[in-house]
Design a protein around this ligand. Sequence first.
Ligand SMILES: *[C@@H]1O[C@H](CO)[C@@H](O)[C@H](O)[C@H]1NC(C)=O
Length: 234
Amino acid sequence: MNTTKALKNALACLVILPRFLVAAFMLWCLDFLCVRKRVLFRLRDEEEDDEEEDEDPPLCISDNNRMFSWESLKAVFHGHKLDWMKSARLGHDAPNSEVVPLAEPKRRRAFQRLVLQYSDIADALVIYIEEAHPSDGWISSDAPYQIRQHRSLEERLSASRLMAREAPGCAIVADSMENSSNRAYGAYFDRLYIVQDGKVVYQGGRGPEGYRISELRHWLDQYRKRMRDAVIQV
Ligand SMILES: *[C@@H]1O[C@H](CO)[C@@H](O)[C@H](O)[C@H]1NC(C)=O
């Protein structure tokens, strides 16, 4: 049993190695101020050009922290590994992972507007997972809160309540301390999914670069259109 697990782990490490090395190289480049400035300017330009992409949160490389560090490499490797090992696959059964309710009024975010606009066809749920930039890990001085990696469910729940405050109106639950949702959905750093009748029908890319609210909107628009056409035909 353990051997299979170890083998699976080793295989995963091998498979993600090339992608991880590319990501690590990019982080290393970003530590050169001239490269960082150039990338930032390009990102800003793209945002201005492309109005449709507007609602996608900008890729944040704004802080002065070093991008290439032991902590950042560990975090990126962890993300790649989760992505590879996740059980959620497009078109397959959506994993019903364990979550923890916050036992507080439900609330929600940038995402909020979309949730409201599509509330007639979709229910939204935010699952708060482990911290991407904990104060005791790959720290980000830009982050609005300094939260250490959760050591207990209480710590995770109180951090998720902070998130709930930022996003009123969104239903939020917390991942279990076994990180079941994070593992099943390869959610780290952040990720979007649409589940319909228990099946994964939309799978967003690994965040932050793959986190695209515009893609979600596009899927929902198409779906709404199909529903309308179906009604007209009846
Ligand atoms: C779940 O994630 C936390 C980080 O928030 C970590 O400390 C913990 O070890 C993880 N749990 C398991 C069972 O891997």
